[in-house]
Design a protein around this ligand. Structure first.
Ligand SMILES: Cc1ncc(COP(=O)(O)O)c(C=O)c1O
Length: 404
């Protein structure tokens, strides 16, 4: 089976530990285990003395019940615990997609679901978010894209990379279009809880029968290294997905299961989300003020959720090249729009250290000043093209011996 390179993840995997100023992350400064346990009702011995065997492979009853409590009407039987939101998206897509299916895919987006669905033989139909609608999608366009062959409508809400939140009217329009076609909605809600105004984004869960919601602790909770994710699904489907999960990671780690349970204990849950929201409110003004000085160069709609600012060049630019120059010449890593299926834009992560962010933006200023005066030499053009083709190259992945 051939699969396109997941450019965003390749880009970050290759460079994130090599650059001086990484502002490519979409989450907030991660917590330590000590910080997670502080003030919690859990005795640290529960983690320290846990025997490192396999936990319940779909997630312990306690953890699944705590996850279920985040979704109106959900119970533990609706939950499959996975290794991050990434595995949740993977098993959900794998379980649904057959060759010849169509997938309507909101774009710009985190491109994982489109990449996996395409590898399984689906045709991807992009559904464009519109800057002039403050990055809302056009619901009329959706009804034109959805056909009898549509197996899945895949959305990301709150959106990575725009930070926009869908209105309830648009959510209802998505359910209506899916119902008409008998399609599934795959709603990646991993940024839910990271809202600037503290108002939790409504979930797709409970709005329509054929909904799979994926999420995890990587973004809104500041715990990406725990690799805790989940799928919320109708009970029968959650059980079916568990069978797919047997072929991927089998189970979360014992530490993941126990620590995720601590994070989702109600008081701790609220504390973690408040921490994230405070970081967003403290750090975003650094980007906002910088953009205010560059209004003639960039367009921008303020995010409503997530530690990410999506900025567009007013004049057409090869943003992959801009990102490459910033990395190579200024030691700054951010993400070009090409990696979200929308060239012309850049994503800046502001969830970590404000001082580092200021430094990175000052380097961006230097680059803007240099522009036009410092041209690429032939050597760096060659190095740049080689690196781009390494990132873009096709990866060959062997099928897991399962006939699809
Ligand atoms: C929209 C979206 N979904 C899923 C993921 C994967 O998250 P995790 O770290 O939980 O696997 C990411 C990571 O950036 C993301 O942005």
């Amino acid at each position: 089976m051939k699969i396109e390179a997941f450019e965003l993840e390749r880009w970050q995997s290759i460079w994130e530990n090599q650059v001086e100023l990484n502002i490519a992350e979409s989450g907030v400064e991660p917590l330590t285990l000590r910080e997670l346990l502080a003030d919690s009702n859990t005795d640290p011995a529960r983690i320290l003395d846990a025997r490192l065997g396999y936990p319940q492979t779909n997630g312990s009853q306690e953890l699944r019940a705590r996850i279920a409590a985040l979704y109106d009407g959900a119970k533990a039987e609706n939950i499959l615990v996975t290794c991050g939101g990434a595995e949740a998206n993977y098993v959900a897509t794998w379980s649904l997609i057959e060759r010849g299916d169509e997938v309507v895919f909101m774009q710009p987006n985190y491109m994982q679901v489109a990449g996996v669905a395409e590898a399984f033989g689906a045709k991807i139909k992009p559904w464009r978010l519109r800057e002039k609608l403050n990055w809302a999608p056009d619901a009329d366009e959706l009804s034109k894209l959805v056909t009898k062959r549509t197996k899945m409508i895949a959305v990301c809400n709150p959106s990575n990379p725009t930070g926009a939140v869908l209105s309830e009217e648009v959510m209802d329009a998505i359910c209506k279009a899916a119902r008409k076609a008998g399609a599934w909605i795959l709603a990646d809600e991993v940024y839910r809880g990271a809202e600037f105004n503290g108002k939790t984004t409504p979930s797709f869960w409970g709005r329509y029968e054929r909904v799979l919601c994926t999420a995890g602790l990587s973004k809104a909770y500041g715990l990406p290294g725990l690799r805790a994710g989940w799928v919320v699904a109708p009970a029968k489907i959650a059980e079916k997905l568990w069978g797919y999960h047997d072929y991927t990671s089998i189970a979360p780690t014992m530490l993941t299961d126990r620590a995720a349970s601590v994070a989702l204990e109600p008081r701790q849950n609220a504390r973690l989300l408040e921490r994230t929201q405070r970081i967003l409110r403290e750090n975003y003004p650094v980007v906002r003020d910088w953009l205010a000085k560059h209004e003639e160069i960039f367009s921008h709609v303020a995010p409503r959720a997530g530690a990410i600012a999506w900025i567009g060049f007013r004049k057409k630019r090869d943003t992959a090249r801009v990102a490459e120059e910033l990395r190579e010449k200024k030691g700054v890593l951010l993400v070009p729009g090409e990696q979200f299926g929308m060239p012309g834009y850049l994503r800046i992560g502001f969830g970590e250290n404000a001082e580092k962010l200021r430094k990175a933006l000052a380097r961006f200023d230097e680059w803007l000043k240099d522009e036009g005066t410092c041209k690429f030499g032939a050597g760096s053009v060659r190095a740049f093209s080689a690196q781009r083709s390494a990132v873009r190259g096709r990866l060959t992945v062997r099928s897991a011996g399962r006939k699809r």
